[in-house]
Design a protein around this ligand. Structure first.
Ligand code: GTP
Length: 361
């Protein structure tokens, strides 16, 4: 079975992390994000993956290569963003699609049962089957109601008030190749959600009631949530063992006298100084945290340097190679572009957005 993974978006909501590393290979619990998706797909019989790339495509290829644990990886690279359906048409035009394939959004961490979705697709004779996942709060998603036979009856965009179902499009489809040729126009951006699927209602479009774990990692909040879930063992993965605080520390980290955890990830070659605290946070590779500093519920991209006694408060996201001076404070929810310099003793206000060229005096 073949899968096409949509991996070409700019990931604007995950900025500033995605300025330097595209979302598909963003480290999640210390591993390139797509490696979790590839393991999942392989567990459901996928033996060839087409990676549909655009934004920073060479970085995706450099990290994942052409073979992943015995699975062949092919790359279809678009010159201009083609949306979610347009890239599938591009792969069709390049003659690389099998008769039936999975199409997967490249930013979901999930253990949804693709084998059962495919079995339902075959049983119903569907042309397209969408995994539909139940969420508690539908306010930030469109919902997809189905009839008693599983046929999709509508695509409802985010609406105010009571939704008719709590099932949302989980971004995991089974699609017949002829639908791609007939229903997705070539040569321009096309959206599955807004254009292709609404036009297929009543014409062989089915929903599969998905269960299990599902989260899209497209915002810093959900990226952290997915990290904590993975550390706690959901979904199951072959991550290295966690320490007694539920944290994961990769090779060549120096931690003498630091207080690490709970639920933190230290990438390779990080150093955390004496009496510094790193709690519920993610440090990518080569991050340095000075003595007595504190990092709480935040994400620090590669090569960030945090000075002695500095404080990074909750939900901050700090871009690659930023330098936070001694005694500085980065307020809750602040986002600092790659290369930002915060001078010693300076304060970045909560929620601030610091652009790359600025330094904070
Ligand atoms: P935001 O900018 O934060 O909304 O993120 P995004 O660019 O990833 O968009 P979104 O989360 O809606 O995308 C869902 C999936 O489709 C992700 O896996 C994206 O990589 C992928 N995707 C979005 N737009 C494109 C595109 O134009 N081309 C390709 N090949 N993939 C895309």
């Amino acid at each position: 079975m073949q899968a096409l993974v949509l991996a070409g978006g700019e990931g604007t909501r995950l900025r500033p992390l995605t300025y330097t590393t595209p979302k598909p290979v963003m480290p999640l619990a210390g591993r390139p994000f797509l490696s979790f998706m590839l393991d999942w797909a392989r567990g459901h019989g996928v033996d060839e993956v087409i990676l549909s790339c655009g934004f920073l495509s060479s970085a995706v290829r450099r990290v994942l290569g052409d073979i992943y644990d015995g699975m062949r990886l092919r790359y279809v690279v678009e010159e201009e963003p083609l949306g979610t359906a347009g890239p599938v048409r591009l792969a069709y035009d390049q003659g690389v699609l099998e008769e039936r394939l999975f199409v997967l959004n490249g930013d979901v961490l999930t253990d949804v049962d693709l084998t059962a979705e495919l079995a339902q697709h075959e049983r119903t004779g569907a042309r397209v089957t969408l995994a539909l996942y139940p969420v508690e709060d539908t306010s930030s998603y469109g919902v997809v109601p189905t009839d008693e036979r599983g046929r999709v009856v509508a695509f409802l965009e985010k609406t105010q008030g009571e939704a008719p179902t709590n099932r949302i499009n989980a971004g995991a489809y089974v699609i017949e190749r002829d639908v791609v040729g007939e229903r997705i126009p070539g040569g321009r951006p096309v959206s599955f959600e807004r254009e292709v699927f609404p036009g297929l209602v009543g014409e062989g479009l089915y929903g599969y009631p998905a269960a299990g774990y599902w989260i899209d990692i497209g915002t810093p909040e959900r990226y952290l949530e997915a990290t904590w879930d993975l550390l706690a063992g959901h979904p199951r993965s072959n991550l290295p063992p966690r320490d007694e605080t539920g944290s994961l520390v990769y090779e060549n980290c120096l931690l003498s006298g630091a207080h690490l955890g709970p639920q933190s990830v230290l990438g390779r070659n990080c150093s955390v100084g004496t009496d510094a605290r790193v709690e519920r946070s993610v440090l990518h590779d080569r991050v340095l945290v000075g003595a007595d500093a504190a990092v709480t519920e935040s994400v620090l991209a590669e090569r960030v340097r945090v000075g002695e006694r500095a404080r990074i408060e909750g939900r901050a996201v700090i871009g690659a190679e930023a330098v936070i001076g001694n005694d500085a404070v980065v307020g809750e929810g602040a986002r600092l572009d790659p290369g930002t310099r915060v001078e010693p003793g300076a304060k970045v206000e909560p929620g601030a957005r610091i652009e790359a060229a600025e330094s904070v005096p």
